[in-house]
Design a protein around this ligand. Structure first.
Ligand code: OGA
Ligand code: MN
Length: 298
């Protein structure tokens, strides 16, 4: 039986059915998924029963899986192994985290609109997030469509943005969410990187904005002006008409295109309910400046 693609919105989100991600996919099925991923930026797979290995195997079909950690494991011991980003509210011992724990303070940054790994020189193609335990109220994930938002910009703004390069740095987003405790090792591993403000997606030729909370400055612009432009673009992209709110069901996998979306987690009572999710992040093929043929200012 062929897989089923059911649009949730005309060009941003689709549900995928008649598919079992625990098994290896045929080339034809994967090809169909690839096409869906080009048309839609967010794909929802309901009722999947995945081991970590199966989650990883499906993710690896999309490209190289990120293995490097953002936080120093000595300062913040991880609960999950190498390839998995922990999107839960659990400590390394598997209990609900402490109110002032480093994990909790750091992950508060996920409440800001962001794109995974845009602060790495080689940014991310896509993320694949699998939910084991969901919370009864709140704890949604919202996605914003940076392609549609680009299309809707006035011509004058499109012209202004052409060729601009922003500085992405994890420190920019964490400062905004109130986390100031990066240690020396983390600062060394996570230097600021350049990314273009407007990128072109090779498969579709569509243009997309590529800014979110990791972006803090724009090269060649006074800091305050760059900051104001970034804030203006984030406000534009996150208007209701570009946003989809995903309400999680258990055993669901959602994958999204980090090249042309922003996302954020919504609030929930994280000291009361367990929310257990794990994410695999797949790398893109090159830095965005290289992809666009723009000379990087840094
Ligand atoms: C992510 C993420 C936010 C959330 O998985 O990358 O930012 O809490 N998630 O759902
Ligand atoms: Mn994220």
């Amino acid at each position: 039986m062929p897989i089923t693609i059911a649009p949730v919105t005309p060009g941003f989100v689709a549900e995928v059915g008649d598919i079992d991600l625990a098994r290896p996919l045929s080339a034809a099925d994967f090809d169909q998924l690839r096409q869906a991923f080009t048309s839609y930026s967010v794909l929802v797979f309901a009722n999947q029963d995945l081991t970590p290995e199966q989650h990883l195997a499906f993710s690896a079909r999309w490209g190289a899986v990120e293995k490097d950690r953002t936080l120093d494991p000595k300062a913040t011991p991880p609960r999950l192994s190498g390839e998995f980003a922990d999107i839960s509210n659990l400590s390394a011992e598997g209990r609900i985290w402490g109110e002032t724990s480093r994990q909790r303070m750091y992950k508060a940054g996920n409440r800001l609109w962001h794109t995974d790994s845009s602060f790495k020189r080689l940014p991310s193609l896509c993320s694949l997030l699998y939910a084991s335990t969901v919370v009864p109220i709140g704890g949604h994930t919202e996605f914003a469509d940076q392609r549609a938002a680009y299309d809707a910009l006035p011509q004058s703004m499109k012209a202004r943005l052409q060729g601009l390069v922003a500085e992405h740095w994890i420190v920019h987003s964490r400062r905004r969410s109130g986390f100031h405790e990066f240690n020396e090792d983390e600062m060394k591993r996570l230097p600021p990187v350049p990314q273009v403000v407007v990128r072109t997606l090779p498969e579709s030729g569509r243009k997309s904005l590529f800014v979110a909370s990791h972006a803090g400055r724009i090269f060649g612009m006074p800091d305050a002006e760059g900051r104001a432009l970034i804030d203006e673009l984030i406000a534009h992209v996150t208007q209701r008409q570009f946003v989809y709110t995903h309400r999680w069901r258990p055993h669901e996998l959602v994958m999204w295109d980090n090249r042309c979306t922003m996302h954020r987690g919504t609030d929930y009572d994280d000291l009361r309910w367990v929310r257990e999710m794990r994410r695999v992040t797949v790398s893109d093929v090159a830095n965005t400046c290289e992809q666009e043929g723009v000379t990087c200012a840094a």
